[in-house]
Design a protein around this ligand. Structure first.
Ligand code: OGA
Ligand code: MN
Length: 281
């Protein structure tokens, strides 16, 4: 069966708007799900405007892309995680302020599991100001490096931790906060991820804090430089949300962030995470 997904690129190196599919097809049609995965590999981010995907259909769609995360997510539908800064709707909302910094999801797993393959995010309520989501390809960032840097970076390993992520938004942590962050194990990842298909991407973002075997200052300067390089203005797609939009991203080959929005903003996003199958290596 042929599936017609129309993809229109949104930025030079990342993102495409998808037309020609509706919520029912995404939830029920395996061929459509296959075409979505293919487009995701090509474009990194897929935007489906005005899709109005209800939570159960979103979970059904996620299941067609892979195994999904069914941990409780402060939402009645299993497979949905509620993204909001409002602690009355999500008791763990404070952690989500770290989404204001460029990051990959799942770089500090509890038990060494690979980072998630894809994330589906749908807008239930939007911010009055701020609250856009920005994306930049870490494949494109690697490809744009010079040969010397590519060779130099091949052996570099980087320490990722929840503390690095949280310190970015909590500048003066309490001893209790520090203790909680430090309960989560840190992870060491190669700077360059060579994927099974041979493509290479950079593993960078706010969770990356230290280069193994290098003094802390020059290590963090290198990581900051690489993040600036990856997220230079011409390499970013910024999504301006409207209620009913759905965005899907390939979490293995890009960094993303939310632009800041207030703690009491009505903004509410429903997220479904598709587990990864490929370790960072
Ligand atoms: C996330 C995330 C960004 C946003 O849910 O992992 O980074 O714009 N969200 O809410
Ligand atoms: Mn995220």
């Amino acid at each position: 069966m042929t599936t017609t997904l129309t993809c229109e690129p949104l930025a030079a190196t990342v993102g495409a708007e998808v037309r020609g599919v509706d919520a029912r097809q995404l939830a029920q049609d395996d061929a459509v799900a296959g075409a979505v995965l293919e487009a995701l590999e090509t474009y990194g981010v897929l935007v489906l405007r005005g899709l109005d995907l209800d939570p159960h259909s979103q979970v059904a769609f996620g299941r067609r892309l892979g195994q999904i995360d069914l941990e409780p997510g402060h939402h009645p539908v299993p497979g949905i995680y509620r993204v909001t800064l409002d602690t009355s709707k999500n008791a763990s909302a404070d952690y989500l302020r770290a989404t204001f910094a460029w990051h990959m999801d799942g770089c500090t797993p509890l038990h060494g599991e690979p980072p998630q393959k894809a994330t589906i995010l749908s807008a239930k309520a939007v911010a009055l100001a701020g609250g856009q989501t920005e994306f930049a390809s870490t494949y494109a960032a690697y490809d744009a490096l010079g040969d010397e840097d590519k060779a130099r970076f091949a052996a570099i390993r980087v320490v990722h931790s929840m503390e690095y992520s949280q310190r970015h938004v909590v500048t003066d942590p309490t001893p209790e906060q520090l203790e909680r962050w430090r309960q989560r194990p840190s992870s060491v990842h190669p700077l360059v991820w060579t994927h099974r298909d041979g493509r290479r991407s950079l593993v960078i973002g706010v969770s990356a804090g230290r280069v193994v075997g290098t003094d802390p200052d020059s290590g963090s300067a290198l990581l900051a430089d690489l993040l600036d390089h990856a997220t230079a203005p011409g390499r970013v797609y910024r999504h301006e949300w409207q209620v009913g939009d759905t965005v899907i991203w390939d979490n293995t080959g890009l960094v993303h962030r939310a632009t800041p929005y207030p703690r009491h903003s009505p903004r509410e996003m429903l997220r479904t995470a598709v587990f990864g199958t490929e370790p960072i290596q």
